[in-house]
Design a protein around this ligand. Structure first.
Ligand code: PLP
Length: 381
């Protein structure tokens, strides 16, 4: 199918046509020089996305959870203590990852819907010594964006490694590794890069690399970054076979990020989030997440009385929009709408228009046109 035809497909396909085009290419050999070029582009652009010059990037088949494991097992040794700063579901997962490797892990949690205040981190650090602190940037279950820069300032000069879960943030929200002192950004391609899932992505600082080298062994084989390091320097070398098409699609997604420009991309995420939320509020919806920590990449929306989760999502899907249900304690109480990656203003308006059609079909009362109008006004501001 030609690119022109793909561009004409109606509806809010969240996948950029250039990424679809890349996925449709024949699978190359995993040692092909063409793949190696794409691989290097992906690694270089991943480093640029998290603003690091000296960081060491890693990319291999897996997913965000494997990125979490990779960050943990390569930086936390048997004599270390780690503090996980959790804003919800994925912070709890990081603690589970650490504990499943027998690592000594404490949890500092916020109430779901709000972020852990920086003062709470400061307090906890003054009460005990931790060699590693791990935090989630944006928790995809709660829609909370944590004050990462403040956490990083608190950690400055303490000799503590700082691991950041950027799965729902990297490439959509600012993460400055070198300037802020982040030691590992762990992330994935399927959210703010707008690429297909299937890869674990991590960037390690020099300090984090030194820490790995100081550990005699790690409780992993595939996720041991020292086995991958030679392959990252020369992607035609073998450790484990690359998932070729995902790597090439990810490389293309990073080119799109670079062409848009990081500052412009972050600003677009701010604008899109504001427009979506104005539109949803115009239709009478409110949000699970506290106002001062709303994320720019997704919204967690409370169901008003009279809207039932499964029926609503099924009807919305029929109108062309997929939203996720709530996780764990929010199941049935909220739906989650992603507005990250390459989402355009037209897609925002399409989603709100489709929402109005859904509410009408479900005979749920709302002010007709109010959603799209509020979003249009916000987009024009
Ligand atoms: C913040 C966060 N961390 C980690 C993960 C785990 O990623 P994956 O589902 O690719 O394993 C997710 C997935 O949604 C996430 O949102």
């Amino acid at each position: 199918m030609s690119l022109e035809k793909l561009l004409l497909i109606p509806g809010p396909s969240p996948v950029h046509p250039r990424i679809v085009h890349s996925l449709s290419q024949p699978t190359l050999s995993h040692v092909s020089p063409v793949l190696a070029e794409d691989f290097k582009t992906a690694l270089d652009n991943l480093k640029k996305t998290v603003f690091t010059r000296r960081g060491e990037p890693f990319l291999f088949a897996g997913g965000g959870t494997l990125s979490m494991e990779t960050a943990a097992v390569n930086t936390i040794g048997p004599s270390d203590r780690v503090l996980v700063v959790s804003q919800g579901y994925f912070g709890e997962r990081m603690a589970q990852v650490c504990r499943s490797f027998g690592l000594d892990c404490d949890l500092l949690e916020s109430e779901w819907g709000s972020a852990v205040p920086p003062e709470a981190l400061e307090d906890r650090l003054s009460g005990g010594r931790f060699s590693v602190v791990a935090a989630t940037h944006i928790d995809t279950a709660t829609g909370v964006c944590a004050p990462i820069r403040d956490y990083a300032r608190i950690l400055e000069g303490r000799g503590t490694l700082f691991l950041l879960d950027g799965v729902c943030a990297t490439g959509g929200v600012e993460e400055r590794m070198d300037d802020w002192g982040i030691d590992v950004v762990l992330t994935a391609p399927q959210k703010c890069f707008g690429a297909p899932p299937g890869l674990a992505l991590c960037v390690f600082s020099e300090r984090a690399m030194d820490k790995r080298k100081s550990l005699q062994s790690v409780p992993a084989y595939y996720a041991d970054i020292l086995r991958w390091l030679p392959v990252m320097k020369d992607p035609t070398k073998y450790f484990s076979t690359h998932c070729v098409n995902e790597v090439r699609a990810f490389a293309e997604s990073t080119r799109i990020v670079m062409e848009e420009g990081l500052e412009a991309r972050f600003a677009r995420h701010v604008r899109t989030a504001r427009a979506i939320r104005k539109g949803l509020a115009g239709l009478g919806f409110s949000f699970f997440t506290r106002e001062d920590c709303l994320a720019d990449t997704l919204s967690v929306v409370l169901y008003p009385a009279g809207l039932e989760d499964a029926a609503f999502r099924a009807a919305y899907f029929e109108q062309g929009v997929v939203v996720a249900g709530g996780l764990a304690q929010t199941a049935g109480r909220v739906f989650r709408m992603g507005h990250m990656g390459n989402v355009s203003a037209a897609q925002v308006l399409f989603a709100l228009d489709a929402l109005e059609r859904t509410l009408k079909l479900l005979r749920f009362p709302f002010e007709e046109g109010a959603g799209v109008q509020a979003a249009e006004t916000a987009l024009a501001e």
